[in-house]
Structures are given as C-alpha cells and as structure tokens.
Design a protein around this ligand. Structure first.
Ligand code: MG
Ligand code: MG
Length: 240
C-alpha cells in the first residue's frame, strides 16, 4: 500500500507543478494517467461504476467527482480539487488536494487552509483505542469553529485490496451510533470535504459531479493513513 500511495503522492505533486490558467481538466487527467501507468499502476477511478476519467477534477463550487473535460479550462482565481487513486501490486492508494489557480480570494485561501488543517487534526486522532467518531469530531469541530461546514452526504472509507472498504469515515459526528474502534493495521482514507456556505450538496445532470447547493466554493483533502501501535503512518504523504 505504501508503494501505491507514493505513486499517488508523486502524481499529485507532478500535477501541482502544472496547474496554471489556460490548461484543461482533461489535460490534467491525461498527465495523471500517463504518469501512473509508467510506474506500473492502474488508475483506480477509471471505469469505477462507469466513471469516465482517471482523475476527479472539481472546480470552485464543485465538491468532488468532477469529470475531466477538454471543454473545462482552469482560470485565474479558481480553486481546483484533484483526487487520484491507483491500484498497484494488488493494493490501492487514494489521496486528494485542493490547489489555487494563480491568485485566488482570501476566502478561498482560508477554505483551503482550514480543510487541509482539518485533515491533519483527524490524522492526529488515528490511534489504537480511539473510535472513528474521534476523527469525525476533530474535523467537524475545527471546520465549524472556522465558520465553514462539512459535507455529510459523502464520507471517507477503509481502503486496502479494494478501493472502498469498511468502515465509513464521516466528517461529522454521528452521535447515536456506536462508532468502530481503531485497531493496528487498519488503513483509512480520510477525506474532509468542506464548504464555505451550506453543507448541502447536489449531483449534476452528468450523474457524477457533486456541487454545493448554494454554489459557494468547496475544498477537499484526502490521505490514506494506517493505524499503528504508535504514531499514524500517512502512506500518501510524499516521502521522496
Ligand atoms: Mg480519493
Ligand atoms: Mg477516497
């Protein structure tokens, strides 16, 4: 899983260097797919339940699952969420970042930083004996304190020899439910989706793209993390 996740991490870093006004989201998709295949990894999202791309590319008010297109061009001031997964030697890696295209508004920059930090706070809770709910509470508490909202309709997930495994990892606290305990060896894809306005989302007519109901911006960060007897091991953090 480390090898798969390091390919994902390197792919996202490569894309980050290429993000600029004028490129299309389909170009990003091609770069990602080529980069992964050259490293003997298979893009995990392509064909997953019929998803047409290798990369999910979601701009501004799009939350997740945006379809790469040669008709969609990045513009100065956009924020773009790129989510990539691969299968390599039988195991999956999954990670996402939200990036600024050129100069963006202070509000969007704050959204990116709060979402990135909420993921870090969740990762700090990845310890034997804690419950999934501890991760959820860490994300929700911080995000709402900062004046933003967490998406409820989509959640993180276990990961391993399948892309999506149990348990579900919500980014909001589910109070009336016994939450799974973390055990050493569990691998978790933790992925806060944070909105400037309402937490409510809807799916576009393309059947995939999720966008905020109020059309205010949204950001998404994701890491694949393993529970150990000590500190959390972030497989999708770049090791170099
Ligand atoms: Mg992902
Ligand atoms: Mg995921």
């Amino acid at each position: 899983m480390l090898a798969a996740n390091q390919i994902v991490a390197a792919t996202l870093a490569m894309l980050e260097d290429k993000i600029q006004p004028g490129i299309t989201t389909l170009q990003l998709d091609k770069w990602a797919e080529d980069y992964a295949r050259k490293r003997a990894a298979v893009p995990a999202f392509k064909g997953y339940r019929g998803f047409p791309g290798s990369l999910c590319v979601s701009i501004n008010e799009q939350v997740v699952h945006g379809i790469p297109s040669d008709a969609v061009v990045l513009n100065e001031g956009d924020i773009v969420s790129i989510d990539f997964g691969v299968k390599h030697q039988g195991f999956y890696g999954d990670s996402a970042v939200t990036l600024a295209v050129g100069k963006v508004s202070a509000k969007k920059l704050k959204l990116i930083e709060v979402t990135r930090q909420s993921l870090e706070l969740a990762i700090e809770q990845v310890r034997v004996g804690n419950r999934i709910n501890d991760l959820s509470r860490a994300v929700q508490g911080y995000v709402e304190k900062c004046g933003f909202s967490v998406v409820r309709q989509f959640v993180g997930h276990g990961i391993g020899s399948e892309l999506h495994e149990a348990p579900e990892i919500p980014n909001y606290e589910r109070s009336n439910e016994r939450s799974p305990r973390l055990m050493a060896g569990m691998a978790l894809a933790i992925e806060p989706m944070v909105n400037v306005g309402t937490y409510e989302v809807e799916v576009m007519k393309d059947g995939w793209t999720v966008l905020t109901r109020d059309r205010k911006p949204s950001a998404h960060f994701e890491h694949t993390v393993v529970v150990t007897d000590g500190d959390p091991l972030v497989l999708s953090r770049r090791h170099d």
